[in-house]
Design a protein around this ligand. Structure first.
Ligand code: PHE
Length: 462
């Protein structure tokens, strides 16, 4: 049998996995949740969950990947034939996410071009975002550029494509995030009523835990928010970590790599908050933080950059460049989850798999873009929002399929294959596994119960 391709080094693996983990979620949701959920309180809960819940799920998926040396679609049946269905789900999830992630990647690209060509002020005007996404051709063109860039990297392969790109882009991303974060702390603004707000005051809003008036129920909401965010942010249940895990060399120290991935992801999420919360606070006050997702990135942020004056035109360019890097490396990972599945399932070449998967993603990507004009409709979602095609795909994958995949994985490893399946894989080359007992308890009992609560909450039952 042909030897499986692999990452050339553990640094390559860590940066590729961190590239996957650091994505839109870190930038447009983490800071918003932290600001909404009482600043430091959210941060503390998030870190505790990352070291327990996140660590257990991350370890499990990466270990399954390395042990089976298979793609998400084919790995689960190798662990146990009765659990083949998880593999199918773990392949459907990335197939649903890739097209709309490319559509959003295209929006980011459009904003980058807008700022680069000195038209940032236009982007800050009311209705700019709406009129862009409801256009017929522009969003499709930008989506295609983003998608083809992703496909190209995948086509180049694991070492010469994914690993190389991650090694170049991830350090750049870190530098850009730090530049913007430091800048955010230096700004101040006096509003019409004469109130002066500074970046450092904004930092306090972000960091100091506010427990005032919080009931027990509020704290539970913070825990649920942190858990949902963590789950998404670590790219769990998307097939990605199994695919990347399958490219990790047998003598790599998995525990060390996993810790580094978590640190990288949390560091960027934290600094995204330092970058965004003070900037929004200075120009819009605490009420400005009510938007998350596209509303924050494509409506509030351009307004903030405009308020910054000349510096804003420049910071806007750096900001959207940084978001492109974050989104691109995530998109590469999610497309690789599908491509690796096609290679292993149908025994076809990487080239053929990349072309096929890209073709499918293009068709669905176009449908997503048309969902804002020709195919516009409004569907009420169980969480109370009204959605278009993009939101429906996002809702089904994130709120239903991903928790199901993760719960299935916990049952498989916790109860059927047993936690030692993972522990043995991690320690087989003499590497340590420091939180072994915690891992057992997490994967058998706590993680599946927490995930079940997350699932019930996501589908509106509790
Ligand atoms: N961790 C990613 C993020 O925060 C989640 C993701 C990965 C989404 C890959 C899509 C593709 O955005």
């Amino acid at each position: 049998m042909k030897k499986r391709t692999s990452f050339s080094s553990s640094v390559g693996f860590v940066l590729a996995a961190a590239g996957s983990a650091v994505g839109l979620g870190n930038i447009w949701r983490f800071p918003y949740l932290a600001a909404k959920d009482g600043g430091g309180l959210f941060l503390v809960i998030y870190i505790i969950l990352a070291l327990t819940f996140g660590f257990a799920l991350l370890t499990t998926e990466i270990a399954i990947g390395r042990k089976t040396k298979q793609s998400p679609l084919t790995a689960y049946k190798q662990v146990h034939p009765k659990f083949k269905w998880i593999g199918v789900f773990a392949c459907i999830v990335p197939m649903m996410i890739t097209p709309y992630y490319c559509a959003i990647g295209g929006w980011v690209l459009k904003y980058f071009v807008t700022f680069l060509t000195g038209q940032g002020e236009m982007a800050a005007q009311d209705g700019y975002f709406g009129s862009f996404i409801t256009g017929t051709t522009e969003p499709i063109i930008y989506m295609l550029i983003f998608l083809l860039a992703t496909s190209f990297v995948i086509y180049l392969g694991v070492e010469k494509g994914i690993e190389l790109v991650s090694k170049i882009l991830m350090p750049i991303l870190l530098v850009l995030v730090i530049i913007i974060a430091v800048f955010s702390l230096t700004i101040s603004h006096t509003d019409e009523t004469g109130v002066v707000r500074t970046g450092l005051q904004g930092l306090k809003v972000y960091l100091i835990p506010s427990l005032a008036g919080k009931t027990f129920k509020d704290v539970i909401i913070v825990v649920m928010d942190a858990m949902g965010q963590l789950f998404y942010s670590l790219s769990i249940a998307m097939g990605i970590l199994i695919a990347y895990g399958s490219y990790v060399q047998d003598d790599d120290n998995l525990m060390r790599s996993i810790n580094q991935i978590e640190i990288f992801d949390t560091f960027v999420a934290f600094f995204a908050g330092v970058m965004i919360v003070p900037a929004v606070f200075v120009f819009m006050g605490q009420e400005g933080m009510t938007a998350s997702g596209p509303g924050l990135m494509f409506v509030s942020m351009p307004k903030v950059f405009m308020e910054m004056g000349k510096a804003g035109a420049f910071i806007g360019i750096i900001f959207f460049l940084m978001v492109i890097v974050a989104a691109l490396t995530s998109c590469i990972s999610i497309m690789e989850a599908i491509v690796s599945s096609f290679i292993d399932q149908f025994h076809i070449s990487r080239r053929k798999a990349t072309v096929t998967v890209s073709g499918i993603a293009i068709v669905f990507g176009i449908l997503v873009c048309l969902g804002y004009n020709k195919l516009y409709f409004e569907v009420p979602l169980p969480n109370g929002a009204v959605g278009q095609i993009l939101d429906i795909m996002d809702y089904i994958s994130n709120n239903i399929l991903m928790p199901v995949v993760a719960i299935g994985t916990c049952i498989l490893i916790g109860w059927v294959a047993k936690p030692d399946y993972v522990i043995d894989e991690v320690t087989k080359n003499g590497s340590g596994f420091s939180r072994k007992e915690l891992y057992r308890v997490m994967i058998k009992f706590i993680a599946p119960v927490m995930l079940a609560v997350l699932l019930l909450q996501a589908i509106g039952i509790i």
